[in-house]
Write a protein that binds this ligand. Sequence first.
Ligand SMILES: CC(C)(COP(=O)(O)OP(=O)(O)OC[C@H]1O[C@@H](n2cnc3c(N)ncnc32)[C@H](O)[C@@H]1OP(=O)(O)O)[C@@H](O)C(=O)NCCC(=O)NCCS
Length: 150
Amino acid sequence: MGIRKAKRADIDQLEAIENKVFVYDRLSRRSLRDYIASPRVEMLVATQGRELAGYSLVAFRKDSVFARLYSLAIAPEWNGKGLGRALLEASEKAARRRGATAMRLEVRAENQPAIALYIKAGFECFDRIDDYYEDGATALRFEKSLRIRR
Ligand SMILES: CC(C)(COP(=O)(O)OP(=O)(O)OC[C@H]1O[C@@H](n2cnc3c(N)ncnc32)[C@H](O)[C@@H]1OP(=O)(O)O)[C@@H](O)C(=O)NCCC(=O)NCCS
């Protein structure tokens, strides 16, 4: 397994993953292309040979200490092999490198696998937003400090 920055040539595979993994709130091909090119976004992919197994997307805002984990997805055939955890760790590292001191994210309240991953990685729930998603589902908001503890 490898982790590297996403590039334009990845778009077909990224779109395929997006369609396999998400039913609602999918990123369009155009959004994927824009994110790959954006200086305010860090998009990483997990590779298995020439195949893409998943991706993560972290967004940064000028003058904000918060990095926002905007998306994380592993193709179903690669689930349960530690790739989600590895991409999350690499995303945190990238956020630290860019000077963020904390990471935030929203996740569907019923998404047990993702919530378990975030809690295991040290994220804490600090808020909930009803009717957050396209289909009216509730979001839980999680945060993790990226400061290195001594
Ligand atoms: C959530 C997701 C990214 C996890 O990726 P993954 O590569 O399958 O997960 P990993 O193998 O790295 O597992 C890491 C930890 O996550 C948790 N986890 C993963 N799958 C789980 C499941 N089906 N049930 C419960 N916990 C699960 C566990 O705590 C696991 O640690 P453990 O193996 O020590 O028990 C993946 O299931 C996914 O893409 N889901 C659909 C998209 C999504 O929900 N994205 C996140 C919201 S934006």
